[in-house]
Design a protein. Structure first.
Length: 655
């Protein structure tokens, strides 16, 4: 064995060591040279069996066992390593009953290129794992020592996946977590590289030591061979000893060299992975650049029928708080549209449950404050909200009765019910309406025994909500061209009552300001009619009466078919129109201004006047004057009688 061989081998090893931080192509180039060097060393080593045929080798037997086994096929010493390498590796279990069984505590498939020496994990564009069968079963059981359940197969053409505790199907791209994992991996690789460099340095010294030993033995062999033949025969024992030491040293040289080469290969792979991960880390998008842009990840589930259940392996439905189906997404859509883009005929969406909750509350300040946001929209031809019990008759459900304590509640700052139909609407790029109109049409019908509209603030007292006060600036408004409030039965007969009660009650026929809706002016041609069999204005009862009643108008007409009467107090002063007669009564009656009486006038009582112009004076009993006296003075007639009130005040009927 020539000295130059060791120098060549040392150069090959040095070149390989220098390539550990270069690209994969250069590493593969150096590995080819290393492969040739290992072959050359292997040829010189005795005790290692190597069989090679440049064409084909066939091992044939009814049963073949490969491994570190004895004659019975049992593993020797409980250890053994079998590696099968090839560009194409095929395992064929032939025949209808053929099978391939793999058993091990850990079975892993990784679709990477391991390289010629098996130390690489290079991801290729062709990396894939493909399994094809009429039936595929994947089963995970939480077992100890032995599996109690055999994998349950499914029907032909089916796939069954089972897990006792946890199953995750995920198609997603991560950013921050991926970055953290890469940073952790790069850190671990950095430590691994440092350790490998230390190991490599020690192994290099060991290899160089064996190279030195081999070189000194070869030098001694050459020195013995140069002596004369006589001495050569004498030194045969020395030569034999040198040859023996060479043969025993070669395996050690081979092992140390192979270990050294393996460490260099692992170092090269660690450097390659570290560089690849750092490059990947630099390409990861973070922040809004990642969150607000699509990653392209998707999961498709397509089937004619899809069943989802929160049940155990025995089929029992679980209702514990942990059981359930949770969907977390910014958009959730259920579509029942056929291939032509039309609603599927007879399609239906049904939810049957004890309670349904839909929330648009923002949980950002959970435990402190949660603000309602977003909207809930329902679009349909016919929308019903019912709290009704049903009964079945011949397999058909019919409404039976209102549910006890049933209630439909709507609570909002603004509640709008509209039958206005949109026409010719157009929007701008920001989604704002720019054109069109809403024309009111249709009807709003409320059927109920009691209807209450309130604008009240509530407080909690004794565990219940109780009215606290009227809401500040609370308002109930009804606006329509015609507004009708009826308390009439189906025959048209008025019944019941209508009550308006407030600190200030106004009934007006006025135009209003179009923006502020405040009073503007009397509506042209407006009228107001108050008609009832009995009317009570200014008084609800003898004890409850208005302090002031004022009627002001350009024209006032008061008409009564029988009796019209105005009283002050308990009949102290009365104005009465009854039976065609007009009467005024009281302790004093005063008339101011020019007064004309066009009819016979009877004055029962004294008449005083500072001046009287009388065309004709006739005194039936007497006529007295301080200046004139004619006839006989006779006492005058008695004073006039008092006017009694015909109408009595009565209480308004109770509501």
């Amino acid at each position: 064995m020539a000295d130059y061989i060791f120098d060549d081998w040392k150069k090959v090893l040095d070149d390989f060591q220098k390539s550990v931080e270069k690209d994969l192509e250069e590493i593969h180039k150096q590995k080819a040279a290393i492969q040739q060097m290992k072959t050359d060393i292997f040829k010189e080593v005795e005790g290692i069996k190597y069989y090679r045929d440049p064409q084909r080798i066939i091992i044939s037997a009814p049963e073949i066992i490969i491994g570190n086994v004895d004659q019975s096929g049992d593993l020797l010493g409980g250890v053994g390593r079998v590696i099968i390498k090839g560009q194409n590796v095929a395992l064929d279990g032939v025949g209808d009953s053929g099978s391939i069984v793999s058993r091990a505590p850990s079975i892993r498939q990784v679709a990477v290129n391991p390289g010629t020496d098996g130390t690489e994990n290079v991801v290729c564009d062709s990396s894939e794992v493909v399994s094809q069968a009429c039936t595929i079963t994947i089963q995970s059981n939480d077992a100890t020592d032995a599996f109690s359940l055999a994998p349950t197969s499914t029907v032909r053409g089916g796939i069954r996946i089972h897990a006792d505790t946890d199953m995750q199907i995920e198609t997603s791209v991560s950013s921050e977590k991926r970055k953290e994992i890469i940073e952790s991996s790069v850190k671990d690789l950095g430590k691994k590289i440092s350790d490998l460099k230390t190991i490599m340095a020690n192994q290099k010294k060991n290899v160089e030591g064996w190279f030195g030993t081999m070189k000194s033995l070869l030098d001694k062999e050459d020195e013995l061979n140069k002596e004369d033949a006589m001495l050569g025969r004498v030194n045969m024992l020395d030569l034999s000893e040198v040859h023996e030491r060479l043969q025993t040293s070669l395996p050690a040289l081979y092992r140390s060299t192979v270990e050294y080469i393996h460490t260099i290969s692992m170092l090269a792979e660690a450097n390659r992975q570290k560089k690849a991960l750092e490059t990947e880390k630099g390409s990861i998008k973070t922040g809004d650049d990642f969150k607000k842009k699509t990653t392209g990840a998707s999961l498709g589930i397509v089937a004619e029928r899809i069943n989802v259940a929160t049940a155990d392996g025995d089929g029992n439905m679980h209702t514990n708080p942990e059981a359930g189906i949770i969907v977390r997404t910014p958009g959730f859509g259920i579509s029942m549209i056929d291939d032509e883009g039309k609603l599927t005929e007879g399609s239906a969406f049904s939810v049957t449950t004890e309670s349904i909750s839909m929330s648009t509350l923002s949980p950002e300040n959970e435990g402190k404050e949660q603000k309602a946001t977003g909207c809930v929209s329902v679009y349909s031809k016919d929308i019903s909200f019912e709290s009704v019990d049903y009964e079945a008759k011949e397999g058909v459900l019919y409404p039976k009765q209102l549910t006890a304590d049933g209630k439909v509640s709507i609570t909002a700052k603004t509640v709008e019910v509209s039958t206005a139909g949109p026409t010719g609407l157009e929007k701008d790029d920001d989604g704002k309406l720019t054109k069109g109109e809403f024309k009111a049409e249709g009807d709003v019908i409320v059927k109920s025994k009691n209807i209450t509209m309130e604008s009240l603030d509530y407080e909690v007292a004794d565990g219940k909500l109780k009215p606290k006060t009227l809401t500040k600036d609370g308002c109930v408004s009804i606006r329509a061209e015609k507004t009708s409030v009826l308390a009439a039965d189906t025959e048209g007969k008025a019944t019941g009552s209508i009550s308006l009660n407030a600190k200030a009650v106004s009934v007006k026929s006025m135009d209003v300001d179009k923006e502020k809706l405040t009073d503007d002016k009397l509506a042209a041609g407006s009228t107001m009619t108050l008609v009832s069999e009995k009317m009570y204005v200014g008084s609800k009862s003898k004890d409850i009466k208005s302090k002031k009643l004022q009627a002001v108008s350009e024209e006032v007409g008061l008409f009564a078919d029988k009796t019209f009467e105005a009283q002050q107090g308990d009949g102290k002063a009365v104005v009465q129109l009854s039976g065609g007669n007009a009467s005024v009564g009281g302790s004093k009656t005063q008339v101011y201004g020019d007064t004309t009486i066009n009819a016979k006038t009877d004055i029962k009582g004294d008449l005083k006047a500072p001046k009287a112009t009388i065309d004709n004076v006739e005194a039936k009993s007497s006529f007295k004057s301080s200046n004139i006296s004619d006839g006989i003075a006779v006492p005058g007639a008695g004073g006039g009688g008092s006017l009694s009130a015909k109408l009595k005040s009565e209480d308004a009927p109770k509501e």
